[in-house]
Design a protein around this ligand. Structure first.
Ligand code: KIV
Ligand code: NA
Length: 265
């Protein structure tokens, strides 16, 4: 077995094969997703919400994310690992963006990086890809700009469709190997997927993208409460873990754990 390469993903698009992508932030989930055949794992800046407990992705730093990237890379054999560039680590321009991308490659061992934005980060994408680092782009709703966008809002409705389309074309022209389309209408996602030679990865972008990504805790139901409409829960990990925790607590309180088989003499 060898690692998935970006060219494998482009070839999959040409064959009309869809692929799944998940986030991962730690060794156990990364190992499970790798064994289960997920070809691309994203160490997302969504670690801000899903690991560190922040309200938005804005506070998370490169130094917060680097150890998570290392863990996911170490735990996988086959998966292509994409490291997300956090807010503040690439906006100043191509030089800053390249410097941050190099850190994720050198210190994190990532195989590619991802950043948010369309036309406004085309120069950054060109600089990073020009240095031999694959870039996944991310257009439509971009969570790092949540305060400017005014919350979680579907992008590409009505006249705004042309903005999303122009952003997607710009990142492909700048050299991105794939582009995440987040919370855009199915119609716009379908059109972009048809137009671009690179794979589109949808999240809340309908059924017609080349790939689909979800945050793993959403996919597996570790996060409880009302999630976004685009999430489908494939398990109830929160329920399983709550049950296990209560049984452990009960057995400790009742003197049933540890049993003779868990003790040394
Ligand atoms: O950080 C993240 O989890 C993401 C994906 C959902 C695309 O950027
Ligand atoms: Na992200």
């Amino acid at each position: 077995t060898r690692r998935v390469r970006t060219r494998d993903l482009i070839a999959a698009k040409q064959r009309g094969e869809r692929w799944p992508m998940l986030t991962s932030y730690d060794q156990y989930t990364a190992g499970i997703f790798d064994e289960a055949g997920i070809p691309v794992l994203l160490v997302g800046d969504s670690a801000a919400n899903n690991v560190f407990g922040y309200e938005t992705t804005v506070p998370v730093t490169v130094d917060d994310l680097l150890p998570l990237v290392r863990a996911v890379v170490r735990a996988t054999k086959r998966t292509l690992v994409v490291a997300d560039l956090p807010f503040g680590s690439y906006e100043e321009g191509p030089t800053q963006a390249l410097r941050t991308a190099v850190r994720f490659m050198k210190e994190g061992g990532a195989h590619a990086v991802k950043l948010e934005g369309g036309r406004r980060v085309a120069e950054q994408i060109a600089a990073i890809t020009g240095a031999g680092i694959p870039v996944m782009a991310h257009v439509g709703f971009t969570p790092q700009s949540e305060h400017a966008i005014g919350g979680y809002r579907v992008q590409g409705r009505g006249d705004a469709a042309e903005d999303v389309v122009a952003d997607a074309h710009a990142v492909a022209e700048a050299g991105a190997f794939a582009v995440v389309l987040e919370m855009v209408t199915s119609e716009v996602a379908k059109r972009i997927t048809h137009d671009l030679p690179i794979p589109t990865v949808g999240i809340g972008a309908g059924p017609d993208t080349d790939a689909q990504v979800l945050v793993w805790q959403d996919m597996a139901g570790l996060r409880t409460g009302k999630g976004p409409r685009f999430v489908k829960r494939y398990a109830d990990l929160a329920g399983v873990l709550t049950d296990a925790t209560k049984r452990f607590a009960d057995e400790v309180r009742g003197g049933e754990f540890p049993g003779p088989e868990h003790a040394f003499h």
